[in-house]
Design a protein around this ligand. Structure first.
Ligand code: 9UX
Length: 72
């Protein structure tokens, strides 16, 4: 069963920022889809909770260099 998480991502100023976040998240195991919206400072991720969790995804976004907060 898959789950969905939405993060607020602060600090992205261009579409390449969004692309680097998507790429990093998609490299994690258990990710089905990652969509990053630079205009709205949001990242939506569909994932398989047996393999990855919200905190790991959040930390991965932070490792790219942006402040990430789980919002739902
Ligand atoms: Mo370009 Mo977005 O260096 O931070 S990737 S502005």
């Amino acid at each position: 069963v898959e789950a969905k998480a939405v993060f607020s991502v602060i600090g992205m100023t261009c579409s390449a920022c969004a692309g680097s976040v998507e790429k990093a998240v998609k490299r994690l195991p258990g990710i089905r889809e990652a969509v990053v919206d630079v205009l709205n400072n949001r990242a939506q991720v569909i994932f398989f909770p047996n393999y990855v969790n919200e905190e790991t995804i959040r930390e991965t976004i932070e490792d790219v260099g942006f402040q990430a907060t789980l919002i739902n």
